[in-house]
Design a protein around this ligand. Structure first.
Ligand code: XMP
Length: 324
């Protein structure tokens, strides 16, 4: 009989076997997967775990604060908060290709982790030999091939694919065999707060892949505001837990509008919401028209730079959940 309590025990034993008396650096993304991985590893090896949260400037409104608060206040796990906005946004300047965005971000994550490993070693107890990630089973599959299709890469999820040869850290991925619902069950088993366990997934490359085309600070600021208003409406309507993932994307298109007696020429925001059980297939969420109207009105009234809102009614397949 396979239970989460049993998985927890086995996973802890496996981490101890792999890590021995070594140290682990765990990258936190703000999502539930890396949080569960971190708490599990902390149970296995205690203070030999150090968490690193990289703020790459592609997070949602309030996200960095929430993650840091959870880990600092709730757990006694050492946490390095790295401000790396300049580094990431600088490297993404002029990049519009989705795969180049992912590869650039993945490379910078690794470089940032390596630099942090050196800092961790300054306490005299040696540098971490292991890098932990909250990779799930669907991440592994989707980076390799598409369900039932030919073996082509749809998206190279940045947290999969191993580490560069020259890097002398080995990967620890205790959730590699789990699906999302199982990770949530494990999170509950580990006592993570319900609000955190129930969070919608958020991709490692963050807002970079919700801003199709070139990424600018101006666009990111607009996107953050629109996304926050949309999620606020979803929570107020009591729909958050029914939805697998909901977010706004800022389209690289300007459209003409009219406001008061003036002409506007502003960005288009696309709203996305899907139901899914594992992210591998998904259906668009059938909101009431009144909900969509309310969300659109609020976004246009409250977010300067947006004059049009559209709702994405594509399921997966043929669409993917993210726009890039
Ligand atoms: P797609 O867009 O491929 O997304 O239908 C499936 C799930 O994966 C997330 N996603 C990513 N997660 N790195 C990540 O860590 C990535 O590059 C990436 N791309 C997509 C997406 O948010 C959804 O939950």
């Amino acid at each position: 009989d396979w239970t989460m309590a049993a998985f927890r025990g086995e996973a802890i034993a496996a981490i101890r076997r792999q890590v021995g008396d070594g140290r682990v650096l765990c990258g936190l993304s703000g999502g539930v997967d890396s949080a569960v991985a971190a708490v599990l590893i902390h149970e296995a090896i205690g203070e030999r775990l150090t968490c690193v949260f990289v703020d790459h400037g592609l997070l949602r409104q309030g996200e960095a604060e929430e993650v840091v608060r959870l880990f600092r206040d709730h757990y006694n796990i050492p946490l390095h908060h790295v401000e790396a906005e300049e580094l990431f946004l600088g490297a993404l300047e002029g990049v519009d290709d989705p795969e180049v965005k992912r590869k650039t971000i993945g490379r910078l994550f690794i470089e940032t982790f390596e630099a942090e490993a050196k800092k961790i070693a300054q306490d005299g107890r040696g540098a971490p030999q292991f890098l932990a990630q909250g990779t799930l089973y669907p991440d592994v599959i989707e980076s390799v091939s598409f369900t039932g299709g030919p073996s082509v890469t749809i998206k190279s999820h940045h947290n999969v694919g191993g580490l560069p040869e020259r890097m002398n850290m080995r990967l620890v991925e205790p959730l590699r065999e789990l699906f999302k619902d199982e990770v949530r069950a494990l999170g509950r088993e580990l006592g993570l707060p319900e609000a955190f366990v129930g969070r919608h997934p958020f991709p490692g490359p963050g807002l970079a892949i919700r801003c199709p085309g070139l990424i600018t600070r101006e666009k990111l600021a607009i996107l953050r505001k629109a996304d926050a208003v949309y999620l606020d409406e979803i929570r107020k309507a009591g729909l958050y837990d029914e939805i697998w993932q909901a977010f706004a994307a800022l389209l690289p298109v300007r459209s003409v509008g009219v406001m008061g007696d003036g002409r506007t020429y502003d960005y288009v925001v696309a709203l996305r919401a899907v139901t899914s059980s594992d992210g591998m297939t998904a259906d668009f969420y059938p909101f009431d028209m009144s909900f969509l109207g309310r969300a659109a009105t609020r976004i246009i009234n409250e977010v300067k730079g947006v004059n049009r809102v559209v709702y994405d009614v594509t399921s997966k397949p043929p669409g993917t959940i993210e726009w890039e």
